[in-house]
Design a protein. Structure first.
Length: 401
């Protein structure tokens, strides 16, 4: 203790994003520095969002000026590792004697790629199903709980639409995040371990894309809209069931307050192999110097610890990654018990999987291709089988671009 306390403090450079959660990051730093007076954090909050953050780190990496730590989106972990900019943390975890007590497997489940623990999960967002409990109850003779299968969900959606022709029964976003949710929930994989080929050109993958077709046939094909328009329509009671990111819950509840109650359920799985892609925030180690890396690890460990995860849970619409905090009554257990609409996101934690990224800097273009293909299917302009076949043919040529 005396050696660490008497040594000159180490100042770590930490790049944090998104900046809308600046207060949360600042509170995490304050709490850490109180317990670790020998380490100071220089917090950079100038990156507005996660796209800005990845571009900033890539630029810094090119000139050898990486921060000691950065907070990144899950879908960029593989890209940073491929560039050699990440220092895996598996050895720190192996030597941590209290790791299995203080940290749930979910802290590393979404950050482990090809057997390497690339960082620690801080906060999660998952694709979930939101619904208008009043409209669902009306369609089910007073039962306001949405069924747990896609067939059941879409059946209720059609019943609502028959009763209320001015209401769209169900709508799904069709970006890469939700598309991967459909694929993984069927027990399929998005791509191979090398990041070079499509892995969903099979029955499970075609069934995943068939879900887009079913949403289209249930009514979405006639009223395709932007994400913002869909969110406004749901908040205004004009969409009964919406597939969207769990982080939207807080804004939905504010908009719907006094009008209707919002319910949520986890993504239905086709089998026991179902998983859910993870968006949100992960913390990565870039420092290579031994002393700086050890100090950085202490900060990373702290922000994923149960105590710090309380700050995350009460400051954002994200779900804290450490299930120990979520399940402990005097931490976040009771807090979430009083907020039942959080249940879908909380139920998703145990199934958190990496948001898959294909190799190379063309990953963003591949995500756009997935979105375009899903749009073609949901608007009934292309069959699920043809969409999957096109993706299987086109994606390998975009890898590494």
């Amino acid at each position: 203790m005396s050696g660490a306390a008497s040594a000159a403090p180490i100042t770590l450079q930490v790049d944090a994003t998104p900046s809308i959660f600046a207060e949360m990051f600042q509170n995490l730093v304050k709490a850490f520095e109180v317990e670790n007076p020998d380490v100071k954090i220089n917090l950079d909050l100038t990156q507005r969002d996660q796209t800005d953050a990845i571009q900033s780190v890539l630029r810094k990496g090119l000139v050898g000026q990486l921060p000691d730590i950065s907070f990144q989106s899950f879908n960029y972990l593989k890209l940073l590792d491929d560039q050699g900019y990440v220092a895996p943390v598996g050895d720190f975890i192996k030597s941590d004697t209290s790791w299995s007590t203080d940290f749930s497997p979910s802290v590393t489940q979404a950050t482990t790629i090809n057997g390497k623990v690339l960082g620690l999960s801080i906060a999660f967002s998952f694709p979930v199903v939101f619904y208008n409990k009043e409209l669902v109850a009306e369609a089910q003779n007073g039962d306001g709980t949405l069924p747990g299968t896609w067939d059941g969900i879409l059946g209720v959606a059609k019943a609502i639409q028959q009763r209320h022709p001015d209401v769209l029964g169900a709508y799904t976003r069709y970006n890469s995040f939700v598309g991967q949710g459909f694929i993984l929930s069927q027990g399929a994989e998005v791509g191979n371990a090398a990041g070079t080929e499509v892995a969903f050109a099979n029955d499970a993958g075609r069934h995943a894309f068939d879900l887009f077709r079913q949403f289209g046939e249930a009514g979405q094909a006639k009223v395709d809209m932007t994400d913002e328009q869909a969110r406004q329509a749901f908040s205004g009671g004009k969409i009964a069931i919406l597939v969207d990111s769990s982080s939207s819950l807080e804004s939905f509840q504010r908009a719907a307050q006094g009008h209707f109650e919002i319910g949520t359920i986890r993504f239905p799985f086709a089998n026991d192999s179902g998983k859910i892609p993870t968006a949100g925030i992960a913390v990565l180690l870039h420092a290579r110097d031994d002393d700086r890396a050890k100090a950085a690890w202490r900060f990373m460990r702290f922000v994923s610890s149960p105590k710090a995860q309380v700050i995350v849970g009460k400051s954002t619409g994200y779900v804290p990654a450490n299930n120990v905090a979520v399940e402990t009554a005097d931490l976040l257990g009771q807090y979430y018990k009083d907020r039942p609409a959080m249940s879908a996101a909380l139920d998703s934690i145990a199934y958190a999987a990496p948001w898959y990224a294909f190799n190379g800097t063309g990953a963003a273009r591949i995500d756009q291709l997935l979105l375009d293909s899903a749009r073609q299917v949901v608007t009934l302009r292309q069959s699920p089988a043809d969409a999957v076949a096109d993706l299987q043919n086109k994606i390998p040529g975009m890898v590494g671009e």
